[in-house]
Design a protein around this ligand. Sequence first.
Ligand code: PMP
Length: 444
Amino acid sequence: MLDTQEILALNAFQPQSSGSEDISPDLANLLKRRQQAYGAASVLFYQRPLHLVRGAGVFVYDTEGRQYLDFYNNVMSVGHCHPRVAQAIARQSAQLTINSRYLYDIALDYAERLLAYFPPPLTQVIFTCTGSESNDLALRIARTVTERMGVIVSHHAYHGNTTAVTEVSPASYRSGSQPPYVRTVPAPSSINYGSDIATGFANAVAEQVYSLQKSGFGLAALLVDTIFSSDGVFTDPVGFLAPAVTVIREAGGLWIADEVQPGFGRTGRMWGFERHHLVPDMVTLGKPMGNGYPIAAVVTRPDYLEKFCQITGYFNTFAGNPVAAAAGLAVLETLEAENLLEKATQIGAYLRSQLIALQKLYPQIADVRGDGLYVGVELGDPQRPAPELATCLINHLYLEKQILVGAAGPFANVLKIRPPLCLSKDHVDSFTDALAALLSRFSQ
Ligand code: PMP
C-alpha cells in the first residue's frame, strides 16, 4: 500500500531537510520570527523558502531582485499586480467601502455581469470571501433543500478549511477518517476505472448513494472540483461526469461544481463544468475571482436560495463589498479585453504538446493531463509513483532555473502547473527547456 500525502505536506519546507543548509542568516531570522509568530500552523513552500517583494505579469521577484517565472499561482490569474485590477481596487477603496447591507452600484453591476456567464437556472449569486466559505454555504443550502446530510467527494478532494468543509476534504486529514455522512469515490482515472471512466465513476458514485441511503443519512450532494486538482488533475474524457450526475439527480441529490480552481477562464472555457456539457445545481467560486483580492461566491437557483433563507438566511460582512466588486469587475474586464480564454486554450495546447514531446524522451513522465492552462504532469508510473523526483524537479526548477511549480495528487508525484493566463509561447519554451535539462540530468 502506497503512502498518501496530506495536502499541506506537498512541497512543504522542512527545516531539517537536505538543501536547507544554504539558508542565509537573513532568511534564517525571518523563518525564526515566522515560527515564533505563527507556530505550528506555519507552512511554507520549497526546501529554501522564497522571500518575495514584488510581482508583475507572469513574474515574481525576490529580495535580491531575482526574477521567477511563475507557473504555479492561479490566484493572480490575469497576471501579478495587473494594473487594471490594482487601479480599480485603489480607486474604489479611496471612494467607498462598507458592508453589504447598503446599496451601491458597483456590486450590482458586477453581480449582473458575473451572472451573465452562467446558464439558466443559475441566476442568483451570494458573495462570500473565500472558496471555503462558498463550499460551506453550498453544503448548507444542499442539506436544507434536500433535507438530507450525505455528501460524496473524491478520495483526495480538497474543498477548504471550515469545520464542515474539512469533513469533505479527505486530502486534509492527518489522522482519522471522514464522518459517516461523507463518502468518497476514487478519482476518475483509467487506473481506477479502466477504459470507461464515465461508467466506472458513475458506478462508484451509485454505490455510495446506496450506502448513504441505507445508513439513513440520505444523499444531499455530489461535490467535485471540476478539474479534480488535488486528486492529481483529471480532465478526460470530455463529458465523463454526466453519468455520475444523472445518478445523483435520480437519487434526489444536487451536484455542486467547485470552480475555485478551474473557474474564470483557466481551462480556456469560463468554467470547468462546461467541459462536461452539464449545468450544475450550484457552483462555488473563489481564488482567481479578484486576482488576489479575497472575493468568492456561490451561484445557484432562486428556489434553492429561497428555501435556505426561510430557515436561516445569510450575511457576510465583507462579502461583495464595493472594493471586492471593483476587483471582480476588473478581472472580468481584463479576461475579455485581453482575450485570455482564447490565450489559455492556445498556449495551453502548446504547453501540453511540448510536455507530451518530453514524455516521449523521458520515461519518468507517466502522463500529461489537463485543459487550457491547468496541467498535471504525472511522474513515475501508476504502480510506482515518483514523489522524490517531483520534489527534486520542483526545487531545482526554483533554485536553479527560477521557475515556480507545485505538486498535486495523493502521492505528491504530479507536477501542478497553473501559470497566469497572460503566458506566452516563449515562457512555455523556457519552462520546457528547463524541465528537459533537469529530467535528462536526473535520469542518468
Ligand atoms: N476548493 C478547491 C478546489 C480549492 O482548491 C480550494 C483552495 N485550495 C478551496 C476550495 C478553498 O478555497 P480558500 O482557500 O479560498 O478557502
